[in-house]
Design a protein around this ligand. Structure first.
Ligand SMILES: C[S@@+](CC[C@H](N)C(=O)[O-])C[C@H]1O[C@@H](n2cnc3c(N)ncnc32)[C@H](O)[C@@H]1O
Length: 206
């Protein structure tokens, strides 16, 4: 059944075409607005795009996603790895390979974000940056623990996750994104957060 949240991640996400997340001003999507903000928020270097889906919001050397279909269609990736981040205990990436890791609207789907943040820290160079982006956009497959937090609690939760994985202080960018169904003259506004923090020497992999 389409979008049956009891399906395993791989089956569930392979039903999506990617169009669900493609929006942008005047369309039903927020992608263009997030891309613009992201460009001025990071100095990317070598980028790993986690749970990247079909639409590249940033040029990335590596995209990781559970959906081969969406991964194949993402034109902003140099390399693609199909990977279930909720199943793989160790991500298939070398230590200290990347300058930047981004997760945009993916954190809600991580069953064990503490483990994920530690794995991401392992793959970042010292001083590398993890960027997490989110709004209230979440399908029913998202974890209730994340979905039921308010905006402030989400930022507090992120602070915990960053510090447990050995990242330094966070920098937060808050802005409005617009989406809707122009054919029906429905336009909506959401608050979007981009949060980043640097891998600090304490978490440096020796
Ligand atoms: C809401 S979409 C966000 C896509 C993209 N980052 C964006 O902002 O347009 C969530 C993405 O997470 C991926 N995903 C969900 N569960 C996953 C898992 N267990 N492992 C890897 N990717 C997963 C989905 O395939 C989907 O591409």
């Amino acid at each position: 059944m389409l979008y049956d949240e009891t399906l395993a991640d791989r089956e569930y996400w392979s039903w999506f075409t990617g169009e669900e997340f493609k929006t942008g001003p005047g369309k039903n999507d927020i992608g263009d607005e997030v891309r613009t903000e992201l460009e001025s928020f990071v100095d990317p270097g070598k980028v790993m795009n986690i749970m990247c889906g079909k639409y590249g919001l940033i040029k990335s050397h590596l995209g990781l996603d559970v959906s081969p279909h969406m991964l194949r269609k993402n034109k902003d990736l140099t390399r693609r790895v199909v990977c279930d981040l909720n199943a793989d205990t160790s991500y298939p990436i070398r230590n200290e390979e990347f300058d930047t890791a981004v997760i945009i609207n993916g954190i809600a789907y991580l069953r064990n974000p503490t483990h994920a943040f530690k794995e991401i820290a392992r793959t970042l160079k010292l001083g590398g940056v993890l960027v997490v982006g989110f709004d209230h956009n979440q399908t029913r497959k998202g974890q209730k623990e994340w979905g039921c937090l308010n905006e402030n609690d989400k930022l507090v939760k992120l602070q915990d996750l960053y510090s447990q994985a050995g990242f330094g202080p966070q920098i937060i960018k808050k802005f409005k994104v617009h989406w809707g169904f122009p054919n029906h003259d429905i336009r909506l506004e959401n608050t979007f957060y981009l949060v980043k923090a640097e891998k600090s020497p304490a978490s440096h992999v020796l």
